[in-house]
Design a protein around this ligand. Structure first.
Ligand code: URP
Ligand code: ZN
Ligand code: ZN
Ligand code: ZN
Length: 485
């Protein structure tokens, strides 16, 4: 018998191990890991370079039509091609329920947008903007059975934010049905009030965007959401943690037995508030929410990446073009609060973490794999099919060239955005080859896959933590069993 593909001399790393092996692939899966294995119809010599699990980007926005603000320029096609060229083989963008829509309709709509038009494998997180009793009772179980087991809620943004009472209802429903929740944590009233104060003083430039959303605004909402997770027993992902002081709040919730995961993104290690302080509107290229923080804050984020505090390093790719379709839907002569928030980054996510993390010696290769692939696959119910190198897993692999030096240039990226906030950044290490289920889909900066190769990946349900939280103990002492069961 013959393998479809053999990768020889692979220096493999998973989240926990390092081994040198030949990888034999049959029918898109890893069939054999061994020494001097039999021939393949195609053979690739890895020459002792790192062969790592393909990247799993678990936070990105493609083909979303925001009811207010800009249009995300990337479709599933362009977003996934860009991901492939940056070493990513699985993406989990959002399906959005707008108010008044059914959840089922939202999921079906996104299946239509993605199906046959995506170059890498995918799942969706479902943004719920209208958690009616009917949606939560009648629709949610079917959505979860259909393989979408993560829900996303917002504490800010008028068109999608939920009130506390709605958050509790939706989190309890997720807990009951076996889903997990991701929350964008910022205090909406705090942002609105700070914005008013700044605008009254005529402080309009993009550089004031971070002043409207100081770290305490993130921290207030993180504390509240970890408390709600404790009340409802639901596993919680705090997305895009931006500030060092937010870490302690999450650690304290974990010590209480609350299942809280933490995500951060390239913009919180590779950008800071000075990137928003550029002439004219240039600063808007680094404008995202939560904002890049003060110079020096990135050291605390790095510490959290190094010591295992952070579970996931995702892009939060928000592809707004630098024109009236994206960043400036209300014109260009507007204060910062009328500019679309978000930065692109699906293609540069893994190279930035590899270059700044592994090559500079801040994180080891196992931590890189955990942050880049494994943890997201586990947390979002795609493991061990995705996120590791193991017999039976999908042959999603990335051969890294750690000697390759490049400068990030938007002209070489594949997204539909006309800028990158990382223009000019020096990078050492790039995916030499990206392999999806045994097919080479990208080599260095060029895509060579099929735009319809991506498959929908049904995610597994979540189970709740077994250790009781102080709240569960307190209720049980009062003779009350969990209220979300
Ligand atoms: O500013 C950002 N991050 N925009 C994208 C939407 C979100 O909040 O994740
Ligand atoms: Zn967000
Ligand atoms: Zn986002
Ligand atoms: Zn307008």
């Amino acid at each position: 018998s013959q393998f479809d593909l053999v990768i020889r001399g692979a220096r493999c790393a998973t989240a926990s191990d390092i081994f040198v092996a030949d990888i034999g692939i049959v029918d898109g899966r890893i069939h054999t890991l061994g020494q001097s294995i039999g021939p393949g119809r195609r053979e690739i010599d890895a020459g002792g370079r790192w062969v790592l699990p393909g990247g799993v980007d678990s936070h990105l926005h493609v083909d979303q039509r925001q009811t207010s603000g800009g249009l995300t320029a990337d479709t599933f096609t362009t977003g996934s091609i860009a991901g492939a060229c940056g070493g990513t083989t699985t993406m989990i963008p959002f399906a959005t329920q707008n108010r008044g829509q059914s959840l089922r309709w939202a999921i079906e709509e996104y299946h239509e947008r993605a199906g046959g038009k995506t170059a890498i494998d995918y799942n969706f997180h479902l943004i719920i903007a209208d958690p009616t009793t009917a949606a939560l009772r009648e629709e949610l179980p079917g959505i979860i059975a259909g393989g979408c087991t993560s829900l996303k809620f917002f504490t800010v943004y008028d068109d999608v934010m939920l009130k506390d009472h709605q958050l509790l209802n939706a989190m309890a429903a997720a807990s009951r049905e076996g889903a997990m929740v991701m929350v964008h944590c910022e205090n909406a009233a705090g942002v609105a009030w700070m914005t008013e104060q700044l605008l009254e003083r005529n402080l309009h430039a993009p550089k004031y965007h971070p002043a409207a959303r100081p770290a305490i605004i993130e921290q207030e909402a993180i504390y509240r959401m970890t408390a709600f997770a404790e009340l409802t027993g639901v596993p919680l992902m705090v997305v895009h943690v931006s500030a060092g002081d937010s870490i302690g709040l999450i650690e304290s919730a974990r010590r209480r037995g609350v299942q809280v995961y933490a995500e951060t993104c390239p913009q919180y290690i590779a950008l800071d508030s000075t990137n928003l302080d550029r002439p004219g509107l240039e600063g808007a290229k680094a404008q995202c929410s939560p904002p890049p923080r003060w110079p020096g804050n990135e050291a605390a984020i790095w510490e959290g990446l190094e010591n295992g505090f952070f579970d996931v390093f995702s892009s939060d790719h928000s592809p707004y073009r630098f024109d009236s379709s994206g960043k400036f839907p209300h014109g260009s002569d507007v204060p910062f609060n009328r500019i679309s928030s978000g930065v692109p980054g699906v293609e540069t996510r893994s190279p930035i973490l590899f270059s700044e993390g592994v090559v500079k010696g801040r994180i080891d290769i196992n931590r890189f794999v955990a942050l880049n692939s494994t943890n997201a696959a586990k947390i979002y119910g795609l493991y061990p099919r995705k996120g590791t190198i193991a017999i039976g897993s999908d042959a999603d692999l990335c051969i890294w060239d750690d000697q390759y030096e490049t400068t990030i240039a938007n002209s070489r990226l594949h997204h539909a955005v006309d800028y990158t906030p990382y223009e000019g950044m020096l990078i050492k290490g790039w995916p030499a080859m990206t392999i999806l289920r045994g097919e080479v889909i990208a080599e260095y900066h060029s895509f060579c896959g099929r735009t319809d190769a991506g498959q929908f990946l049904p995610a597994e349900k979540r189970s709740r933590a077994k250790t009781p939280t102080p709240t569960e103990v307190e209720l049980s002492n009062l003779g009350v069993s969990p209220l979300y069961g």
